[in-house]
Ligand binder design. Structure first.
Ligand code: CP3
Length: 359
């Protein structure tokens, strides 16, 4: 891969001209890959993300297997609650479980202030190892959960259907919730800064549960904190991506957080998002992850449609609208990556005459 390819992702994040659209997939280091499953058979998930050699191995798998244009560190957003002192387990068929969830003010006081160099040293060492191993073939994306989404896990104690507990806090005890979000925000800022210092070349903030909030609540409990984090971690040349799942109804507000790139879930109309946000941010996304169940020719057609919706010029990073599903055949993932890489150059040529026609 030449140096031009290695810069595609970063250039598109800053809306600089590129010769084609870069592409990667959320959850690309994961169970749909036979290579990942082979490692996972020998180690549990927590052991994997705490062992820099294993993190390096699986972070590079999609780069080598699929030729994605960016690597994302193999880790989890829940390392922050864990570093704050909560006991974390991942149970088969149930997902993450945080013991003794945060239900009263006193529980907030008991949470530790995070020192990334001490409490999350395994992440920072992993970043250094992955960078050495990647040798600038593609950039490395670091990440963190956004405060609201981390708070939902910490208050609910894991995944939830109705989010009754955190919503109770939101309406019945907003002062307490703000205190919790403040404390998480401090941890996220320190954590992102440490990742950048260790070599992360972009940062994505995952707000997977933004969409359960009401319109006012989204500003007050999600966007405000993300805005502050972005101001405090901003580093020249390091793009920041904000992925707020379910926030498509609040498109015009999303750019207020100051991110360089807005991640879109699959329900958002990419063309509309560009009209609303295109002058302010690059856009990442947003093919429906279940589209990868279809055979490769259908995937290619869907990719063509996604590229057409975005239209000509830079500022698009192709991705799925949420994480790749564990039972997607690896050849279909490969077809998605290849379709973006081969279909997109036409949208980046100077002559408008060569652009595909609208159907
Ligand atoms: O994108 C990547 O490939 C990087 C690694 C990554 C993982 N989780 C690995 C993982 C990233 C960026 C995450 C983020 C994450 N983790 C989010 C935000 C993104 C999203 O999906 O909305 C959330 C909400 C979590 C919390 C989490 N971790 C859940 C709910 C689960 C269980 C559900 C599931 O998919 O199993 C996890 C486990 C997890 N995180 C796995 C992986 C590869 C599966 C672990 C296994 O092998 O069993």
């Amino acid at each position: 891969m030449n140096s031009d390819t290695s810069r595609l992702f970063i250039r598109a994040c800053f809306r600089q001209p590129v010769r084609r659209t870069p592409v990667w997939m959320m959850r690309q280091a994961g169970r749909y890959l036979p290579d990942y499953r082979a490692v996972r058979e020998k180690y549990d998930f927590i052991t994997m993300y705490k062992t820099p050699e294993l993190v390096t191995l699986v972070t590079l798998q999609p780069v080598e297997r699929l030729g994605v244009d960016a690597a994302i560190l193999f880790s989890d957003i829940l390392v922050i609650p864990e570093a704050m002192g909560m006991d974390l387990q991942f149970l088969e068929h149930r997902g993450p479980v945080l013991a003794r969830p945060i239900r009263e003010d006193g529980h907030i006081d008991a949470l530790k202030d995070v020192e990334p160099e001490v409490d999350l040293a395994f992440v920072l060492e992993s970043i250094r190892q992955v960078r050495r191993e990647l040798n600038d073939r593609v950039p490395l994306i670091g990440f963190s959960g956004a405060p609201w989404t981390l708070a939902t896990y910490m208050v609910e104690g894991g995944s939830s259907r109705h989010f009754g507990q955190i919503k109770r806090w939101r309406f019945a005890h907003p002062v307490g919730l703000h205190r919790l979000l403040e404390k998480i925000t401090r941890a996220v800022v320190a954590y992102c800064r440490a990742q950048i210092a260790a070599g992360a070349q972009a940062i994505q903030l995952f707000d997977s549960w933004a969409g359960i909030l009401d319109a006012t609540g989204f500003n007050e409990f999600a966007l405000n904190y993300v805005h502050r984090i972005i101001q405090q971690i901003r580093t020249p040349g390091v793009p920041i991506i904000y992925f707020a799942r379910g926030a498509g109804t609040w498109l015009s507000r999303l750019s207020r957080c100051g991110a360089d790139v807005i991640g879109l879930d699959w329900q958002v109309d990419l063309g509309l998002a560009r009209r609303v946000l295109g002058e302010k941010a690059a856009l990442q996304g947003n093919l429906d992850p279940t589209a990868l169940y279809a055979p490769p020719p259908v995937i290619r057609k869907q990719v063509r449609e996604m590229l057409r919706q975005y239209g000509p010029g830079s500022g698009h990073i192709a991705n799925l609208g949420h994480g790749i599903l564990p039972d997607v055949p690896v050849e279909h993932a490969r077809a998605f990556i290849e379709a973006v890489q081969t279909e997109s150059p036409v949208w980046h040529t100077q002559q408008t005459a060569t652009r595909p026609e609208e159907p």
